[in-house]
Design a protein around this ligand. Structure first.
Ligand code: ZN
Length: 292
């Protein structure tokens, strides 16, 4: 939709007239929403152990199927809300978890690891209208959170400008750089609480109640219905959501268990503690990825 408005403005500029958005503009009406869905695995219905989300685990094949079906439920909701383009970013581990032929056929799938700082948000740009997070989990140190961590098991805490982030937090900043809001997050109750604190207006779908290594969960089919319906409702009311932004410069404080090599420009500010400042958020992500 953003793209269509921009194209019309360009056309108007070329024709030497002023672009006036018209309610009944056929071009705008025909061009639907563009939705980006970033998918992790720890927050998927039923998941409780690392064995279920690691490719060598005996339960992995089953849970990657559930992951694919949860992503498909979000795609279905997006299409019901009028999306005409949906990109699903496989965001967990080696980023090859979603089973391509089981994913909703209207979605494009972005899989595979790169060393680009966008990581779980790779493929997002300013032409998208909304971001959805599926299968997300709470940040490192969340005692009752299911498989709670922040990107790697080595991270104790990551904060930027004094705000402690789960993965959903810095991924939302990346979306904010492109003026795209996060409309919905699905995962355990702890990540739902953390994103509500961070973003304010965001729809959450609680797939399970985390009790450290145990979880009280809903049936996967019920979770998928909730994701489908909540995604549709959220996207039909998109003006509620604001892109999540932070004022530059960005100062990261990273606390780790085992210290690695210092990223150029980073400073060691304590035992296992590093700070790094940049006006470029993606450069902060590069520093984080190098030292996490
Ligand atoms: Zn993950």
């Amino acid at each position: 939709m953003k793209g269509a408005i921009r194209a019309l403005m360009l056309l108007a500029a070329v024709m030497g007239c002023q672009y006036q958005p018209a309610e009944d503009s056929a071009a705008v009406a025909e061009d639907g929403l563009k939705v980006f869905i970033s998918v992790d695995m720890e927050g998927i219905a039923g998941v409780i152990t690392g064995n279920e989300v690691s490719s060598s685990g005996s339960e992995y094949q089953y849970f990657r199927e559930l992951t694919t079906m949860e992503a498909s439920a979000a795609v279905e909701g997006a299409l019901a809300a009028g999306a005409t383009e949906v990109v699903v970013r496989d965001g967990h581990g080696a980023k090859n978890n979603i089973i391509p032929h089981l994913l909703h056929r209207e979605a494009k799938l972005l899989r595979g690891v790169t060393d680009r700082p966008e990581n779980m948000m790779l493929g997002l740009d300013e032409t998208f209208d909304a971001v959805i997070f599926i299968g997300y989990h709470a940040k490192a140190g969340t005692e009752e959170g299911i498989l709670a961590h922040t990107s790697s098991g080595n991270v104790i805490d990551l904060s930027v400008n004094g705000v402690s982030f789960p993965e959903a937090g810095y991924n939302a900043v990346i979306a904010g750089l492109h003026d795209v809001p996060v409309a919905l997050v699905a995962g355990d109750n702890w990540i739902c609480e953390q994103v509500t604190d961070l973003f304010g207006e965001v729809v959450t779908v609680e797939t399970k109640v985390g009790m450290n290594v145990a979880a009280l969960g809903l049936h996967p089919e019920v979770v998928r219905e909730m994701i489908r319906d909540s995604t549709e409702a959220a996207l039909r009311d998109l003006s509620r959501f604001e892109p999540y932004r932070m004022e530059p410069p960005y100062t990261m404080v990273l606390k780790v268990r085992r210290e690695g090599e210092l990223y150029p420009g980073a400073e060691k500010t304590g035992e296992g503690e590093f700070t790094f400042t940049s006006t470029d958020f993606l450069e902060v992500m590069n520093a984080f990825n190098a030292m996490k």
